[in-house]
Ligand binder design. Structure first.
Ligand code: CA
Length: 226
């Protein structure tokens, strides 16, 4: 049974979401503020986190940054729950490493679709046991561990999937639309600039190995061994 942690201070909403998660066959945990959410994420190691943006004490964005920056929790996908009109915060959510977002008020049906889509794309990109080596880049696909010149690089689950999509199709150009589909899923209705934002961050994190990811102007990206 997969566990979903709901970090949300509106008690009624948290309980409603938990109720629907359980109805869908998930185990649901609730935390009412950022600090207890962080504690719960570290101890319960959920399969996915639904994270409210506006939380008392610690903002959802700050909590997301902490989760994605810690080895223990970096691989757990996070869906941000944002209020209508928080356009800037949406972007901030992605910059903090969130995997997706849902705008309030949302239908529980829409939310469950997103939960399943994020969990599915998280599970899909895992050919068991193989190690992919390209130049100084080494990807342990079983442990989801990425090393560059022997140094571990911490990636968010989205960055990891983006990297795997490029690495598994080395030398082949992939359009932004295809990457969006493969990494974010068919149900995702963001635009292709999302791909650029994540790719820029992935390149930076990979340092010298990031140069193996080439931009193909007006089309997309490809990876080439240097
Ligand atoms: Ca709130």
């Amino acid at each position: 049974m997969q566990t979903v942690l709901v970090i949300e201070d509106e008690k009624d909403l948290a309980e409603l979401v938990a109720f629907h998660l359980e109805k869908e066959g998930f185990r649901a945990l609730i935390a009412g503020d950022g600090a207890s959410g962080l504690k719960e994420a570290r101890s319960a190691k959920p399969d996915l986190i639904l994270l409210d943006l506006m939380l008392p004490g610690m903002m959802g964005t700050e909590l997301c940054r902490l989760l994605k920056g810690s080895e223990q929790t970096a691989a757990i996908p996070v869906i941000m729950l944002t209020a209508k009109g928080e356009e800037i915060d949406r972007v901030v959510g992605f910059e903090m490493g969130a995997d997706d977002y849902v705008v309030k008020p949302f239908s529980t049906r829409e939310l469950m679709l997103r939960v399943r889509a994020v969990l599915r794309r998280n599970a899909e990109s895992t050919p068991k046991g193989a190690t992919v080596t390209i130049g100084e880049l080494c990807i342990d696909t079983e442990r989801h561990q990425v090393m560059v010149a022997g140094e571990e690089v911490l990636l968010t689950s989205t960055e990891y999937k983006l990297l795997m999509n490029l690495a598994e199709r080395i030398g082949r150009v992939q359009s932004r639309e295809l990457l969006l589909q493969n990494v974010w899923g068919y149900n995702y209705f963001g635009d292709t600039r999302t791909v650029d934002t994540h790719l820029t961050r992935l390149r930076t994190k990979l340092g010298a190995a990031g140069e193996m990811i080439k931009t193909v102007r007006g089309f997309g990206y490809k990876m080439e061994a240097s």
